[in-house]
Design a protein around this ligand. Structure first.
Ligand SMILES: Cc1cc2nc3c(=O)[nH]c(=O)nc-3n(C[C@H](O)[C@H](O)[C@H](O)COP(=O)(O)OP(=O)(O)OC[C@H]3O[C@@H](n4cnc5c(N)ncnc54)[C@H](O)[C@@H]3O)c2cc1C
Length: 397
């Protein structure tokens, strides 16, 4: 039973991490990625708590540290570039917004791919278009026309997972968190330094600049909005939406809008969470954002992907019956996911006031929170809750 073939849909974080653990536990992983090659984009992701332990068990903790963006912390500024609050990365014992272990998503994905490419089969530029189960095996068809058999299938293809939707239909709920964020990379200016910088604008808008370790600067522009489907617009329409939304704002905005025009990796997303009543059906399970996206607001997405992959592979190695394995995976993982998805009350509205007066009040609160005593009280708002999760141990082979 341990030589099961497991097809995994998606090669970002959850997919390659699962391939790593399946191989380690004696199974045969096949990873199918829709993009023609590994996707390089994305901004900084944080590795925390149990995610850090999994990274250590995988032997990649030092490589993550070596590839760290090295941000010194986060500064809140007004549009006249006056600092309003400062949170060094060491504050909250390195567990706050900027953690001591953080890396660009594309770099982490490449690292996981490098560690698994010799032990897993990777298929790029294809996706699963149909799944049938004949009792003992799964029969998969692909958009390329290819066909394959597998013992199990795992959807690791992100928040809009097509593989998940093929199997679970509309039982999945994608819950909007009431904002959109545009991500893109811009040339580094000498003034960008080594701190992340956060700016608020009236109307519930924020801009962030985060220097990376590759000599560029990562830009984020967010605005509060109900889910209007902006993520389905063409890229030029999305850029126009950002230009229109931020028109006339000061601080770094004119530069950001200018440099957004020619950036190579613009991406706009409606920030949301995924809630599934059950993470498996028959011979198919889901992991990472596909099953339980907690949204970038949680600071937990990559940790859930790493930990979910570790537990799913561990349970599959422990149980001959995949129903028992999937049930044990869900039982072990659910409390961690529930905690990670439980965002502090008022997220994200409290951090994105609609008025100038509200922005002033936010700066006052943040300045107070950055002092050691008040920081303890504000911890619930500034440190993700899911730090207490105890990782199950699985026998090594
Ligand atoms: C390009 C990119 C940029 C990102 N940038 C950020 C960021 O800046 N900040 C942040 O917090 N999070 C970002 N994320 C999300 C972050 O990676 C996840 O929240 C977290 O790491 C969990 O990862 P995941 O592997 O479960 O899902 P994801 O990282 O979303 O990966 C899903 C993978 O599945 C692939 N895929 C999609 N559909 C199919 C299909 N039908 N068949 C096969 N493959 C498919 C995608 O191309 C992708 O490689 C980004 C993700 C991607 C793909």
């Amino acid at each position: 039973m341990s030589s099961r073939t497991v097809v995994i849909s998606g090669a970002s974080i959850a997919g390659p991490a699962l391939a790593f653990w399946l191989h380690r536990r004696g199974m045969r992983p096949v990873v199918v990625e829709r993009a023609p090659q590994l996707r390089p984009g994305g901004q900084t992701v944080d590795i925390r708590g149990a995610g850090e332990t999994v990274a250590r068990l995988m032997g990649i903790e030092d490589a993550i540290r070596a590839g760290s963006t090295g941000e010194e912390g986060l500064r809140f500024l007004d549009t006249a570039e006056r600092t309003k609050a400062v949170f060094p990365s060491s504050v909250f014992s390195g567990k706050g917004f900027v953690t001591e272990l953080e890396i660009l998503r594309g770099e982490l994905s490449a690292l996981l791919y490098e560690r698994t490419r010799d032990h897993a089969e990777y298929v790029f530029g294809d996706e699963i278009s149909g799944v049938t189960e004949d009792g003992e095996r799964l029969r998969l068809t692909f958009t390329s026309g290819a066909e394959r058999e597998a013992d199990l299938l795992v959807a690791a293809d992100g928040i809009r997972s097509r593989t998940r939707d093929l199997i679970f239909g509309d039982s999945t709920r994608i819950r909007s968190r009431g904002l959109y964020t545009a991500y893109f990379t811009i040339p580094r200016h000498p003034s960008d330094g080594s701190w992340a910088r956060w700016y608020n604008f009236p109307g519930g808008k924020t801009a962030m600049l985060r220097p990376d370790n590759l000599g560029t600067t990562r830009a984020l522009m967010s605005f509060l909005s109900p889910p209007y489907g902006y993520d389905r617009l063409h890229q030029e329409e999305q850029k126009e939406l950002i230009r229109h939304t931020f028109a006339g704002e000061g601080g770094p905005v004119p530069r950001m809008l200018r440099e957004m025009r020619d950036c190579g990796d613009f991406y706009l997303e409606g920030v949301a969470q995924v809630h599934m009543p059950q993470w498996w059906r028959g011979r198919v399970a889901a992991v990472g954002d596909a099953a339980y996206c907690a949204s970038p607001l949680s600071g937990m997405g990559t940790n859930l992907a790493l930990v979910g992959a570790y537990i799913l592979a561990g349970e599959l190695a422990t149980h001959d019956d995949h129903h028992h394995a999937f049930t044990a995976y869900e039982n072990a993982m659910r409390p961690y996911v529930t905690q990670a998805q439980d965002l502090p009350p008022g997220t994200p509205r409290l951090a994105m006031p609609r008025t100038q007066l509200g922005i002033k009040a936010l700066h006052t609160v943040l300045r107070t929170a950055s002092t050691p005593l008040a920081g303890r009280v504000m911890r619930r708002f500034l440190v993700p809750a899911a730090y207490d999760f105890v990782l199950p141990a699985y026998p090594t082979r």
